[in-house]
Design a protein around this ligand. Structure first.
Ligand code: ASP
Ligand code: MG
Length: 427
């Protein structure tokens, strides 16, 4: 039985030293029936997005340049890992993947979301190919699995959802095939349509979700997300300097934090784990001996004693009022949220008054235009772009870090519930 899923994100495999570090962690735990889910190396996904954009905008030269950068970045890592051996078979396997990628980048007549999934998915195919070869090279027996044979989904390209029955059927067989001592590796982020014909992706940062899908279908005991920070912190250390680690939180607290924009875990990750009572750990790959943060279903009064600070940029705040001065009643709310639902527009904070409804959402020009177009006749709409949503969970206990952050910033909206205080502010 596979017991533990380890997810390694881009930063944890960003260069040869990082891959060696991954290998050391795997060696340390190789008798624990682990299964690896790995992202594209470093910023590869961004680089591939850039290449795709250039090809589609008929700036082929720039696209070739961007692709060339992705190639030389990986080549450097390979040569470093395999002692500058230009003959190692991994070079041929990776070159073949680049040739396929190159061909798929030419198909610019395809719809954008579709071509995106057929091309950007190569980041993960390449990284896992290199890492599998490297683990075998270091005498750590490793089996490569194509996630597209296991994670089967609908055909919503760029944000595919699993077909759980099919996916479970395929993945659960891996428990029967599992041989103690052999580590399996597969790609995060990618899958295929149920007919097996088309590659899909699960949305940016989707590798955490992949780890949760495998864990759920394998009935694993735990998932560990290896990060470059010491577990789950109460704020982003890039923005706040006095962060503390949250040693334990519940599944529901994790969902709340992810919902408000804490970027440490992909929001969809928790549900498949909660449904099976699978423990989620967030652990530092830089300090693997540091105690991880644990997320599970156990209630814990301490959770409410540490405030968490979450910053979400690039928000658009809209204020909507009926043109005929009717109240912001249920009928009007239904019209407005009906339009949001149609547009797949998700409101982050909502506030109503007698004549006005305000909410903010992750800025998306198309969605904003769509909203204005569908409500304009009945409502007056005003909006501000480029704002920041600042959320404090469990705010009653201390404001200090929040106060400093809010200092001198204009507040557009403020709202509090028993456990959460939110501000929409200028950046
Ligand atoms: N490589 C993908 C991304 O950068 C998926 C992931 O890393 O989770 O979004
Ligand atoms: Mg991530």
């Amino acid at each position: 039985m596979i017991k533990k899923i380890y997810k390694f994100g881009g930063a944890s495999v960003k260069d040869a030293a990082a891959v060696r570090n991954l290998k050391n962690i795997v060696v340390q735990h190789k008798d624990e029936d682990i299964f690896l889910v790995v992202s594209a190396m470093g910023k590869t996904t961004n680089m591939l997005e850039k290449a795709l954009k250039d090809f589609r905008e008929h700036k082929g030269e720039l696209g070739i340049e961007a692709l060339g950068e992705v190639m030389s970045y990986h080549e450097k890592i390979i040569l470093d890992l395999f002692d500058q051996n230009h003959e190692h078979p991994v070079i041929e396997s990776v070159s073949e993947l680049f040739i396929e990628l190159w061909e798929k980048l030419q198909c610019t007549d395809q719809p954008y979301d579709y071509q995106y999934d057929q091309t950007v998915s190569y980041g993960e195919l390449i990284s896992t190919t290199i890492i599998q070869e490297y683990l075998n090279h270091c005498d750590v027996p490793c089996r490569w699995l194509d996630a597209r044979k296991y994670v089967l989904t609908d055909d919503r390209f760029r944000s595919a959802s699993p077909d759980w029955d099919e996916t479970r059927l395929r993945i659960s067989k891996l428990n029967e095939e599992h041989i103690h001592g052999i580590v399996c590796i597969t790609q995060g982020f990618i899958g295929a349509t149920v007919d097996g014909k088309h590659t899909v992706t699960l949305g940016r940062e989707g590798s955490d979700y992949t780890a949760a899908i495998f864990a759920n279908c394998l009935d694993a005991e735990e998932v560990t997300i290896w990060k470059d920070v010491d577990g789950l912190l109460n704020a982003d250390p890039k923005r706040f300097n006095q962060t503390v680690q949250l040693p334990h939180i519940t599944y529901s607290e994790a969902i709340e934090l992810a919902f408000y924009g804490a970027s440490i875990i992909h929001p969809k990750t928790v549900k498949p784990l909660q449904n099976k009572g699978i423990i989620l750990k967030v652990q530092s790959f830089l300090h693997p001996d540091h105690t991880p943060s644990v997320i599970d279903g156990k209630a814990d009064p301490n959770i409410e004693r540490t405030p968490s600070y979450i910053v979400k940029d690039n928000q658009t705040l809209v204020s909507i009022s009926p043109r005929d001065y009717s109240f912001m009643n249920e009928h009007n709310l239904r019209l407005i949220f009906g339009a949001c639902d149609e547009l797949n527009l998700h409101a982050n904070v909502i506030q109503t008054s007698a004549l006005m409804l305000s909410f903010c959402f992750d800025h998306d020009e198309e969605k904003l235009k769509g909203l204005v177009a569908s409500l304009r006749e009945t409502f007056q709409l005003k909006y501000n772009k480029g704002l920041t949503l600042f959320t404090i969970r469990h705010y009653d206990y201390s404001y200090t870090m929040g106060d400093a952050f809010l200092q001198g910033k204009k507040v557009y909206l403020k709202q509090s519930s028993r456990s959460t205080l939110q501000y929409v502010i200028e950046r």
